[in-house]
Design a protein around this ligand. Structure first.
Ligand code: RIB
Length: 300
């Protein structure tokens, strides 16, 4: 069982010609609401790609929250530990997407910010029997640390997708609990203090992050693929070239897929190839959940 701990949002997406500059008002076209949130996206990716998955999260006591729980269940996700929080709104994300498929995202965390150490304690029986625990950074870090401690003690694989990266460094104890971390180039630069601009700097950043106590690092690099360190050398696992429509949830798809592939026993480079393939399909479609592929679409 893969346990995903994290956020659930309702995404409000507007297509635009270009992302607005500060102070600029632009007229967009096509509006849609869509299920999202990095945690929920990753749980959906695990389920659609063939993993057994439970989700630990909070939603608000509103229509968005009720809809999220219903749709998570329809995706085959165990929602026993998705709590509804009275008097609080479900998380919301405002996402303009431009003609090149690039986006910017503003999140109002709502109930996500209230996912607590008590919630993790309540979910201890689930977390303690997980094979993999996958987390991101849209919920409080103290909560994630509590989960990482339980998972580590129980011998689960502990994976962190460090997005969105916070202004302050991550706690050393959290890093030391991790088997795997999956920053993108920007997050790897922030974590390591080394600006990732090319393969040489990517290698130095990976080594600097490993020196902080994380066992394995994958740096995702968008259309270039993903970087890992092997025997002191950088290895790039390339991604297939696709026409990007919307990159929203590509990272989430990558993370969910990677955990599924590792749980099935694939070697690290093959698991990354599988995850690259899933992520590259997701960028050809608009939206978060609606862009995440199913297992029979993956041909890597
Ligand atoms: O990673 C994409 C996600 O980030 C969106 O679905 C949005 O909800 C934000 O959490």
């Amino acid at each position: 069982m893969i346990v995903v701990i994290g956020s659930s949002n309702t995404d409000m997406v507007i297509r635009v010609k270009h992302l607005p500059a500060p102070g600029e008002t632009i007229i967009g076209h096509d509006f849609m609401t869509n299920q999202g949130g990095k945690g929920a996206n990753q749980a959906v990716a695990v389920s659609r790609l063939g993993g057994r998955v439970a989700f630990v999260a909070r939603v608000g006591d509103d229509g968005f929250g009720r809809q999220a729980i219903e749709l998570l269940r329809q995706e085959g996700i165990d929602t026993t530990y998705v709590r509804t929080t009275e008097g609080v709104a479900t998380g919301v994300a405002l996402i303009p997407v431009d003609d090149k498929g690039e986006n910017s995202i503003i999140v109002a965390s709502g109930a996500n910010a209230l996912l607590s150490e008590d919630d993790i304690e309540a979910a201890r029986p689930l977390i303690a029997q997980a094979s993999t625990v996958l987390m991101q950074l849209e919920t409080p870090i103290a909560t994630l640390l509590a989960a990482a401690r339980i998972a580590r003690e129980a011998g689960a694989r502990v994976v962190l997708n460090p997005a969105p990266f916070p202004p302050e460094p991550l706690p050393a104890e959290l890093l030391q609990c991790l088997d795997l971390i999956t920053p993108n180039e920007t997050e790897a630069s922030m974590m390591s203090g080394i600006q990732v601009t090319d393969e040489a700097s990517a290698l130095r950043a990976i080594q600097a992050i490993q020196a902080q106590g994380v066992r394995q690092v994958v740096v995702t690099a968008g259309s270039k693929g993903a970087y890992i360190e092997e025997g002191g050398q950088l290895r790039c696992i390339p991604s297939r070239k696709v026409q990007a429509v919307d990159t929203t949830a590509a990272g989430d798809t990558f993370n969910g897929a990677l955990c599924v592939a590792l749980s099935e026993g694939l070697a690290f480079p093959e698991a990354i190839r599988f995850a690259n393939c899933a992520a590259s399909i997701s960028v050809t479609r608009l939206g978060a959940w609606r862009s995440i592929p199913r297992r029979d679409e993956i041909d890597s």
